[in-house]
Structure formats: structure tokens, C-alpha cells
Design a protein. Structure first.
Lengths: 115, 114
């Protein structure tokens, strides 16, 4: 069964460092998302991406964050200068098309720890 | 803006007993509603979804949920839980069919007693 894969599963970084989280969505999916879950809190929407551009982003997704799909298969989230409060589990998700209406397929997450 | 409330942070149920997890939403129009499950160390898996039509929707793993507009609720039920159902359960609401992002509740942690 096709699945969304994420790397790394866990990354530890120093405050101020840049981090890139990688995702390989399901191959025939067109919509891509990043969510994050701070420990003990709810899953929060960060950004959605379609047709090689951001279609929607939340207030959390400020200038520190960026996404790109560099090669048609990977979908990356870059955090430019990490802060302690960026420590969280980051989930990538993909959806087939608008008609799939919320049937998103999630990866297992990348746990980011900022020291 | 839409929001979701899951009033129970933890629920403990005996194996074989019935289960109901509560979810209340706030959204101005007809909502798209979802339940996701997150097992330890896993990603989120869709259990079921409601868009329109029959207010009782069936999902995977024997789960069902009922949409009640008058109560702004979308409670998840299962007649007999199994130990493997122990997990975190998230209710979510979406505008625009969900392609523009889901708003999740804080989750309910389900514990199964033997």
C-alpha cells in the first residue's frame, strides 16, 4: 500500500540552526501539507501546497518557514533559524485531489528537538 | 474560523465494552468532519469522514460516527473495543473540502483495560 514517508524520524539541532525536513508523498497525489504537533498539544496546520505553490498557510507559518518541491517527488519543510518553541513532531500529508476532501495520508512524523 | 472541541483528554474503557468519544465543532456552514487515529509512534490514519447525506457514517476498524447538526457534534462510537484500539483519537473539521487544511481537536487518549 502506498504511503507517505518522512525523514529524518528524529533530529536534534541547536537553536539558530537551519533544519530541513523531508517528505515523499504518495506518487499520484497533488496536494501536500505540513502539520505540527507540539508535545501534549493538538495537531496544527502549517501549510498546504498545490501546483508548485503555497495554497494556504497558517499564522504559525511565518518567514522562518519555507516549503518546496524540488524534484517532483520530495516535499520539504525548511526552518531557517530554529527556536526552542519549534520543538515538535512535524507531519507531512498528501491528498489525491480536491475531491478527496480531507482524506489525507499522513507520514509517521519527524520529531524535531531544538536545544 | 472553524474550531473543534474534544472535551475528554483521557478515557479508560474495559476491553469488550462500548466506546463513545465526544467531538463538538464550530463552523458557520455545513462542515466536513473527520476522525483520525494515531497509534504510538505512527502517523495519523483516517477512520471516517462526513460530508453530507446519511448522518451515521461507517468507518474502518468497526468505528462509526453520527453527525448531529442541532448539537454541533460528531461523536465516535464503537460497540466493543479491542486492546489494539488504544491510541490517540483526533476529531477534525475542514472548510473547502479539506484541501485547504484541517483543524484538529486536542485529541482524546483512549486507554483499554484488560
Amino acid at each position: 500500500e502506498p504511503e507517505v514517508t518522512q525523514t529524518p524520524s528524529h533530529q536534534v539541532t541547536q537553536m539558530g540552526q537551519e533544519v530541513i525536513l523531508r517528505c515523499v508523498p504518495i506518487s499520484n497525489h497533488l496536494y501536500f501539507y505540513w502539520y505540527r504537533q507540539i508535545l501534549g498539544q493538538k495537531v496544527e496546520f502549517l501549510v498546504s501546497f498545490y501546483n508548485n505553490e503555497i495554497s494556504e498557510k497558517s499564522e504559525i507559518f511565518d518567514d522562518q518557514f519555507s516549503v518546496e518541491r524540488p524534484d517532483g517527488s520530495n516535499f520539504t519543510l525548511k526552518i531557517r533559524s530554529t527556536k526552542l518553541e519549534d520543538s515538535a513532531m512535524y507531519f507531512c500529508a498528501s491528498g489525491r485531489d480536491r475531491g478527496s476532501a480531507g482524506e489525507l495520508f499522513f507520514g509517521e512524523g519527524s520529531r524535531l528537538t531544538v536545544l | 474560523a472553524q474550531s473543534v472541541t474534544q472535551p475528554d483528554i483521557h478515557i479508560t474503557v474495559s476491553e469488550g465494552a462500548s466506546l463513545e468519544l465526544r467531538c463538538n465543532y464550530s463552523y458557520g456552514a455545513t462542515p466536513y468532519l473527520f476522525w483520525y487515529v494515531q497509534s504510538p509512534g505512527q502517523g495519523l490514519q483516517l477512520l471516517l469522514k462526513y460530508f453530507s447525506g446519511d448522518t451515521l457514517v461507517q468507518g474502518i476498524k468497526g468505528f462509526e460516527a453520527e453527525f448531529k447538526r442541532s448539537q454541533s457534534s460528531f461523536n465516535l462510537r464503537k460497540p466493543s473495543v479491542h486492546w489494539s484500539d488504544a491510541a490517540e483519537y483526533f476529531c477534525a473539521v475542514a472548510a473547502g473540502g479539506g484541501a485547504d487544511g484541517l483543524t484538529f481537536g486536542k485529541g482524546t487518549h483512549l486507554i483499554i483495560q484488560p
